[in-house]
Ligand binder design. Structure first.
Ligand code: M6R
Length: 619
């Protein structure tokens, strides 16, 4: 949550910072702010409640000069989302300005102590405590900013990515991270000049340079106009900056003609999944090669239980992964909400493998869950999308999704990327453990390879969802039902609808309906049923009968050619036939489109739904 941007170089900083904020707005949009050291030498801070556009509007008549600056887009945690609590925050002397992503857990005791020393505070935020603490330490030790930050952060408990400007030193930018991400972009010019860019992720940086340093936990960096980039840890031990080349291009983070990122990302799914399986599925010999598994064959061979930790949509894909791995590998799999797991005292056995599933690779609860598992000696496997993020760095092995950046807050292509990756993982483990017959293994690999084409078919054949979505705009509740592999799809369909259209929706295993939810069904209640002509088809047909006889409106997802469920339904979406275990990859697409068009028709901001942020880097 919260996005940080920074710049030092010879260009005007303000336009770079604003462009960066727009790119990071998916991380939070409660308020935005910018701080610049102007050409006159003033340390200016401008901030506004709401989105980056509101900040731009409010800045129009201000002095926006300066070749060094920091900026922030906020997802509020401490203090309401108003202008006072917006970042950047000044220190008391107004000599420092600071932006922060994360949560300072001991901010109350730090604040009380600083107040006892006579410092006064303007906001309710934990962030202001940081800037005041740094100023206090700087004066107390009579040291420079870089040293003061190193000393001050040793008193701080919590998570942070911070960037700091100092009025009297307009030639240097200091930043630090622990638990929240921070990337430094380095652009060296032919004439020897160097510019530095900062970002909570690489999206504000990619248009200027592809050379980056991912700051590690507990590192503090200083950059200056001479090209100096010095990094130390919290004990002030020098660290060597590790330069990496970005695997990201500008097209990937722009809308490409679509009205919203979410719609673009829904339509990208066939290609995104082709990228995900490329080099991993060999269609010629119907085989899967996952180096993350092959490099640790013994672990997977001897493993007696898998625990998957995740949150939100990633938890739903994890549940599909559980069904797949249990069926294909005959290993017990537990799926845990990372936020619950981390605060229990879970039993972790020496042969357990703990898998973290996370699009961002930065979700605080998932990260904390695997850290706990690591302490207890588990082998950790990460399934993430954002390259170089915290979870892949904390795990022993893993597989990247390679579905490209997901900008829309509602997860779509990352969900299907996670499901297909978990399926490949299940097949790779099954191969190591010889738990499937060769015939079944090759057949499942072959069918998995066909999924991107079947997704394309699904998209092309459900284009008219937009036409009837408006009929559901006024609904107050939706029910989503599925059985087996499609129960998690029901959960995911319901989550997609509620997070972007604010319509209450529940996902249930279809048979559970009789144990309570059926009482809600009346003529006003749309019930979305995932009813492929596979596995438990007859049972789901009975469930549909039960809803119909109580007057519910049936929206079904059926297999191409099915007439029975179609005949019983008020609206039908069609998907091609595939194995039970792969139906979620197709069935979720019409549900994504349904929630998208309902939300758009309602006039909701689908890419930035209220109260949400893309990356939940706080608890
Ligand atoms: O980055 P992660 O996959 O760890 O994020 C987990 C959830 O916050 C995320 O899936 C969230 O539920 C999405 N907004 C759902 O669309």
């Amino acid at each position: 949550m919260c996005g940080i941007v920074g710049y030092i170089g010879d260009q005007q900083a303000y336009p770079i910072l604003i462009r960066g904020l727009h790119r990071l707005e998916y991380r939070g949009y409660d308020s935005a702010g910018v701080s610049l050291i102007s050409e006159k030498g003033d340390l200016n801070i401008y901030k506004a409640k709401g989105k980056v556009a509101a900040l731009e509007e409010s800045c129009k008549s201000q002095d926006l000069t300066g070749t060094i600056g920091i900026a922030h887009t906020r997802w509020a945690t401490h203090g309401e989302p108003n202008q006072v609590n917006a970042h950047p925050h000044y220190s008391e002397s107004r000599n420092l300005a600071l932006v922060h992503n994360g949560i300072i857990e001991n901010y109350k005791s730090l604040r009380t102590q600083l107040e006892e020393y006579g410092m006064t505070f303007a906001s309710e935020t934990d962030t202001e405590v940081l800037v005041q603490l740094i100023e206090y330490v700087k004066k107390d030790h009579n040291c420079d900013l870089f040293t003061a930050v190193q000393l001050a952060l040793n008193y701080v408990v919590g998570a942070y990515a911070i960037a700091i400007l100092e009025k009297d030193h307009p030639d240097q930018l200091v930043c630090a991270r622990k638990g929240s991400p921070l990337v430094i972009g380095v652009s060296k010019k032919a004439d020897g000049r160097t510019e530095f860019f900062l970002g909570s992720d690489a999206t504000p940086i990619v248009e200027y340079t592809n050379q980056v340093v991912y700051l590690q936990d507990g590192e503090i960096a200083i950059m200056d106009r001479t090209g100096r980039l010095e990094i130390v840890d919290l004990k002030s031990t020098p660290q060597t900056p590790k330069m990496a080349t970005l695997q990201l291009n500008l097209d990937q983070i722009e809308k490409g003609g679509f009205p919203h990122f979410m719609l673009k990302e829904i339509w990208e799914q066939p290609n995104a999944l082709r990228n995900c399986i490329r080099g991993r599925i060999n269609p010629a010999n119907k085989d899967i090669i996952l180096t993350g598994v092959l490099d640790h064959k013994e672990r997977f061979l001897n493993c007696r239980r898998i625990i998957i930790c995740a949150c939100g949509t990633s938890w739903h894909s994890a549940l599909i992964g559980k069904y797949f791995i249990e069926e294909a590998c005959q290993i017990p799999v537990e799926v845990e909400y990372a936020s619950e797991f981390r605060y229990r005292n879970p039993v972790i056995l020496p042969d357990d493998i703990v898998i973290a599933v996370s699009q961002s690779g930065e979700t605080a609860d998932t990260l904390a869950a695997i850290e706990l598992a690591k302490e207890k000696g588990a082998f950790l496997y990460g399934i993430c999308n954002v390259i170089g993020s915290s979870i892949p760095r904390a795990t022993d092995s893993g597989t990247y999704l390679h579905v490209g950046p997901e900008i829309g807050v509602a997860s779509t292509k990352a969900f299907t990327g996670q499901v297909i990756t978990l399926s490949m993982l299940g097949l790779a483990i099954a191969k190591v453990r010889k738990s499937l017959s060769d015939e079944m293994y090759h057949m499942l690999v072959e069918e998995l390879y066909k999924i991107p084409d079947k997704m394309q078919w699904t998209l092309e054949n459900n284009k008219d969802i937009d036409k009837f979505a408006e009929r559901f705009t006024y609904c107050k509740n939706f029910l989503y039902l599925g059985r087996g592999y499609n129960y998690p799809v029901a959960l995911e369909g319901a989550l997609k609808l509620k997070e972007i259209s604010y319509i209450h929706a529940e996902g249930y295993p279809a048979a559970e309906m009789k144990h309570g939810p059926i009482a809600l069904v009346d003529a006003e209640m749309p019930v979305v049923v995932i009813a492929p002509k596979r596995g438990m088809y007859d049972k789901i047909v009975s469930n549909i009968q039960e809803i119909k006889s109580r007057g519910g409106k049936i929206i079904s997802v059926v297999t191409e050619g099915d007439v029975t469920v179609k005949g019983m339904s008020d609206y039908t979406f069609t998907i091609p036939d595939t194995r039970d275990c792969y139906v979620p990859l197709l069935a979720v697409i019409p549900l994504q489109l349904l929630s998208y068009y309902v939300a758009v028709t309602k006039g909701c901001n689908v890419d930035q739904p209220r109260n949400l942020a893309k990356s939940v880097t706080v608890e």
